[in-house]
Design a binder for this molecule. Structure first.
Ligand SMILES: [Mn+2]
Length: 252
């Protein structure tokens, strides 16, 4: 049976940033939400175990898998990218096999009938891939084929950590942004509230407190991470960067 809800919080790309997640959870609990959709790339970051525990203890949460969650699965080889390897190694050693297996087994997408809004497809990258890139700059002709077999009226994606709300071929395509590692014009934790309408939201949290907590974890290059959390690259810069990656990723 289809999942139905009236007020849904979409929390994407948390990336093991527990203080950011805690702030968002406090806000959604005060707003009154009947479903939380966790949109993937959950654990890969400085507080993987604590982040997973906090989300899995919620009875109102449903989960989909992101590319970083998939890469943490038991038996999946280490990334070839030298840049990604230390983060992967650190995260895998801070999760147990049961947690890695649980992440790997998550579904790739989820459909929810949102009362007053319509049917919404939640996916991580695009409806057909957990790593396909859609940004606010992606030409509509490149997005068209990604939506080919989508019946839902609204698609909520993530993966690029920059929010947008676009209308493409009669569908609304929304990027939820990132709770734990946003590339936006100001710091904070970014997420989306779906009810009668769709609201792009930003929640503030104490970045100095977060820096102390993250700095104490031993996560590789945590000082650089804290710097990005405090002074993120602009959304325009990030979108252009991902759009270049998307062009390289495109088949033709
Ligand atoms: Mn991702």
């Amino acid at each position: 049976m289809a999942t139905r809800a009236a007020r849904v919080a979409a929390l994407y790309d948390i990336h093991g940033n527990l203080p950011a997640l805690d702030a968002v959870m406090a806000e959604i609990d005060s707003l009154g939400i009947d479903l939380v959709v966790v949109g993937g790339d959950i654990a890969s970051g400085p507080l993987p175990r604590e982040t997973l525990d906090a989300l899995r203890s919620r009875s109102d949460a449903r989960f989909i898998r992101g590319n970083a969650d998939r890469e943490l699965a038991v038996g999946v080889p280490a990334p070839e990218s030298k840049a990604a390897l230390p983060f992967w190694e650190w995260t895998t050693t801070h999760l147990d096999d049961g947690q890695r297996t649980w992440l790997a087994g998550l579904e790739l997408s989820l459909t929810v009938e949102v009362q007053g809004l319509g049917s919404v497809l939640f996916c991580h990258g695009s409806p057909r891939s957990d790593e396909e890139i859609i940004t606010r700059l992606t030409p509509t002709e490149r997005i068209g084929p990604m939506l080919d077999h989508v019946d839902e009226e609204v698609v909520v994606c993530g993966h690029t950590h920059v929010q947008f709300d676009r209308s493409i071929g009669g569908k609304r395509v929304v990027n939820s942004g990132s709770v734990g590692l946003p590339y936006e014009d100001e710091p904070g934790a970014f997420w989306v509230l779906l009810s009668n309408d769709i609201e792009l939201r930003r929640t503030e949290y104490d970045l100095d407190e977060a820096a102390t907590l993250i700095g104490a974890t031993g996560f590789p290059e945590s000082e650089e991470l804290i710097e990005i959390l405090k002074r993120p690259p602009s959304s325009e810069e990030a979108s252009a960067h991902f759009e270049k990656m998307a062009a390289d990723q495109a088949p033709d």
